[in-house]
Write a protein that binds this ligand. Structure first.
Ligand SMILES: [Zn+2]
Ligand SMILES: [Zn+2]
Length: 298
């Protein structure tokens, strides 16, 4: 994550210093420039962003600022790529937390995993050309982005969120589907797996036989693939470097243990472990727990 560049389309919150919000005749679904979350339409920018006020995120160094869907569309596009055999969507130039979304090509329930702040006709057309999207599922509130607008653009597909994070939703939608418990099967080959820690409702998508036969785990940042692309780490806050404690990480290990996978697709472009992913995550649990418990590595 980096500080967003200064923008001519930047609107501050409320009546603080800086330029006044644009006068407008219609309500706008404002988007926070630091976390990329879209809010329920309002005439003036929201007073604050609860996602960025939370200690897991941060308010931008220039203060709380907002952009609009139109301004975002003027300055950004969506790049479609094939990353290690999976169709990915990224906003370009990068924006806010800069996560990618994935189209998981399940024959019965193709899924858009994670979400972006920008919706474009070109990206929707590309998803349709690839076989469409039957459901959106998102790992945690940092990636809720413009989920309501994406569902609308895709014909009102359901959006699966874990109910433990319901309070973080900033723009509701009739298409939200809150799931509970440890697992939710979206198809024979796709399951949502509850991995609480970073958020109470953090979840991974377990793709049992794709894109290679050994399967994949797409954990958002419930576990975050590290820069060496051979390990993961387990943090309450990544930008503010607040680690998860040993009991929570042991619980995550218990939840990941039954899942078979070879690949781990992390939250941003190129951030993945291709082959040996299960062993890499096991080794990462060992390393992290030894470090945080201040004991020799076994
Ligand atoms: Zn925010
Ligand atoms: Zn996060």
């Amino acid at each position: 994550m980096t500080e967003p560049a200064s923008s001519a389309h930047r609107y501050p919150s409320g009546s603080g210093s800086g330029p006044a919000p644009r006068a407008t005749g219609e309500a706008i679904a404002w988007i926070c420039e630091t976390c990329g979350t879209q809010f329920a339409p309002s005439f003036a920018p929201p007073a604050h962003c609860p996602i960025c006020d939370d200690e897991r995120q941060y308010v931008g160094w220039a203060g709380q600022t907002w952009t609009t869907p139109d301004a975002l569309a003027e300055r950004h596009a969506i790049r479609i790529a094939d990353d290690a055999g999976v169709m990915t969507l990224e906003q370009t130039p990068g924006f806010a937390i800069n996560q990618r979304a994935f189209r998981i090509p399940d024959p019965h329930t193709p899924v858009l995993w994670e979400c972006l702040s920008l919706v474009t006709d070109d990206a929707v057309a590309a998803l349709r050309a690839a076989g469409g999207v039957a459901a959106i599922a998102i790992s945690h509130p940092h990636f809720y982005a413009a989920m309501a607008a994406w569902s609308d653009a895709l014909g009102g597909v359901p959006i699966y969120l874990h109910e433990a994070d319901r309070a973080w939703v900033q723009r509701s939608s009739p298409h939200l589907r809150f799931w509970s418990g440890d697992r939710l099967a979206l198809s024979d080959d796709l399951e949502l797996v509850h991995l609480p820690g970073h958020f109470a409702g953090s979840a991974a998508l377990w793709w049992k036989r794709g894109p290679r036969p050994g399967g994949s785990l797409l954990p958002g940042d419930a576990l975050q693939v590290t820069m060496d692309r051979r390990h993961a780490t387990f943090m309450y806050s990544y930008p503010n470097l607040i680690p998860l404690g040993p009991a929570t990480v042991e619980d995550l290990r218990h939840r990941v243990a039954p899942l078979a996978f070879d690949d781990v697709f992390g939250y941003s472009a190129g951030r993945q472990i291709i082959g040996g992913g299960k062993a890499a995550i096991d080794a990462s649990f060992d390393r992290y727990l030894a470090q945080i418990c201040d004991r020799p590595r076994g």
